[in-house]
Design a protein around this ligand. Structure first.
Ligand SMILES: NC(=O)c1ccc[n+]([C@@H]2O[C@H](COP(=O)([O-])OP(=O)(O)OC[C@H]3O[C@@H](n4cnc5c(N)ncnc54)[C@H](OP(=O)(O)O)[C@@H]3O)[C@@H](O)[C@H]2O)c1
Length: 279
């Protein structure tokens, strides 16, 4: 029996993956901000006779402190983690800052993934074939990163924030695979293709209309799951891989630049140290 940890596991792609692995007899730990959705997951698991393998940890993953708490709880309850599936994100048309001082996309879409990946890497070392599945939008180029304004204080735009978050996750994957403290988990960056999910967010009217249109044209969630599950079940040999709609993506792109990855890693450590005293 594997142990699968899923962020954003109460909606969309994360939820579908959570139920898939529960249905296969694995142990599934869902992380989410909404206790009612957590109860729904646990109730459904109980009804399916899988109540003893389903876990929900309520957490606002946009907060560093919450990520740290979750890492501690998982470490205290589970002997190993086979797969960490990163699906939490929240679109914001209007800029927001967390109580810890980080721009919200940066905090939830990037920083949480950074913290959980490194924070659970030790537990993942204890699994047979551990994999970190970072679901975002790999490969679109590093040009979109505003190195001098990562929190997008000047001229914030929701789409730019989301795309920059995707770029940061590409570099996170590169840094983890390059150094990563010698951990065993394979790092996978994956774009699932346009998928009809809740697309959680706080939208201005124009963006809301556009997102509705996008959803009409998108694939149903069920179609997004098999290629993702196939990679989780049989992780690549390489420390880092990227996939776009099931097809492998070359890592010889600027998006996966090792120098930029090291730079981001350094900036992230500095931010965590200077703002929150974390080293
Ligand atoms: N759908 C697509 O077309 C598409 C395309 C490209 C990439 N992706 C990527 O695929 C992944 C999953 O996307 P999706 O469309 O399935 O997402 P989704 O339906 O919008 O779900 C997002 C999840 O994030 C959770 N979340 C939001 N704020 C949170 C917070 N502060 N703390 C913890 N969790 C929080 C939500 O919780 P609740 O359940 O409580 O709302 C929800 O479960 C994302 O990383 C996305 O970037 C999706």
């Amino acid at each position: 029996m594997k142990t699968i940890v899923v962020t954003g596991g109460t909606s969309g792609i994360g939820q579908a993956l959570a139920y898939t692995y529960l249905g296969r007899g694995d142990q599934v730990v869902v992380l989410g901000p909404d206790p009612a959705k957590g109860r729904t997951f646990l109730d459904a698991a109980r009804k399916a006779g899988a109540g003893d393998r389903a876990f929900f940890i309520e957490a606002d993953l946009s907060l560093v402190s919450e990520n740290q708490r979750v890492i501690g709880e998982i470490g205290a309850r589970f002997a190993a983690v086979d797969a960490l599936v990163l699906c939490a994100r929240y679109f914001r048309s209007f800029r927001a800052v967390t109580s810890e001082g980080f721009e919200h996309n940066f905090a939830l879409y990037y920083l949480s993934r950074y913290l959980l990946g490194y924070g659970l890497a030790g537990l993942m070392d204890k699994a047979d074939a551990p994999v970190i599945m970072n679901i975002a939008g790999p490969g679109a180029g590093a040009a979109g990163i505003r190195w001098d304004d990562l929190g997008l204080e000047r001229g914030y735009d929701g789409w730019q924030a989301m795309f920059q978050g995707g770029r940061l996750n590409d570099l996170l994957g590169v840094a983890f695979a390059e150094g990563g403290g010698g951990h065993r988990a394979r790092y996978v960056l994956l774009f699932p293709g346009g998928t009809r999910t809740g697309f959680a967010g706080d939208f201005d009217p124009a963006t809301a209309a556009y997102v509705d249109q996008m959803k009409q044209a998108a694939q149903p969630v069920e179609l997004a799951i098999p290629p993702i599950a196939a990679i989780i079940d049989s992780p690549p040999r390489e420390p880092l891989s990227a996939f776009v709609e099931g097809m492998p993506l070359s890592l010889l792109r600027p998006a996966f630049d090792k120098g930029a990855a090291a730079r981001l890693d350094g900036v992230t450590r500095e931010l965590l140290r200077d703002r929150l005293g974390i080293s």
